[in-house]
Design a binder for this molecule. Sequence first.
Ligand code: PMP
Length: 284
Amino acid sequence: RTVYLNGEYLPEAEAKVSIFDRGFVMADGVYEVTSVLGGKLLDFPGHLKRLARSLSELQMGNPLSDDEWLAIHRKLVELNAIDEGIIYLQVTRGNAGDRDFAFPAEDTPPTVVLFTQSKPGLAANPQAKTGLRVISVPDLRWSRRDIKTVQLLYPSLAKMEAKHRGVDDAWLVEDGFVTEGTSNNTYIVKDGKIITRQLSQDILHGITRASLLRYAAEAQMQIEERPFTIEEAQAADEAFFTSASAFVLPVVEIDGAKVGNGSAGPVATRLRELYLEESLKSAI
Ligand code: PMP
């Protein structure tokens, strides 16, 4: 695999960063994941916008222009012959020279890393038909989940808890309400209405979420942005989640209780088709 590191395209084994990088010792950095279908980037402007916001919230400069980010993404797709897959992008505060809680000098160059992951069959994922099973766990993350930081230990622990319990993922719960999934935004459907938590610092502002809600509104579907509980989700007609790498996937069981009739529902199925169709139109 050819990867990108600070201006160079390198074989992955030659891409090395300092052990003093703030990303390594402090989880001081942000990331984005963009999906690739048919060699094209989905929702790319949205990902760049969120990247700029995450960087700014952490008082980091944006090291590259939007055109430069696009050129790197395209080059990696080409060099690695990616048809279906994802591109991971990470910017960390760089090599501080020593470990220190205070930020390094302003002129310290950030570390910029991008790599691809080929995922043939991403769009034809059989889980879109079978659905996924989830458990609920307390949301013990920090309070700025709207910033897409590389600080992913708690979501990773929650994912492992789900795996140990024989299911696919975990939904995070705070003050009695679902915030989001370990790496996705969560939704329920009741009487045809799509219900999803409103944007705030409590959740990541999903790029897939934003596009999907726009497409759903254009298709005259009803949307309500508010928090919901696990009990309400278990009693809903359908449940599903969205993320850049999964698009839209149904959830058919929550904490052992079947949602609806326990199989992928019509709304989630339609929304997946709608998302794939519409986002491919604006893919670049
Ligand atoms: N919430 C969390 C916590 C996530 O990690 C992700 C995926 N990175 C999402 C939501 C979905 O965001 P997006 O649609 O931009 O991938």
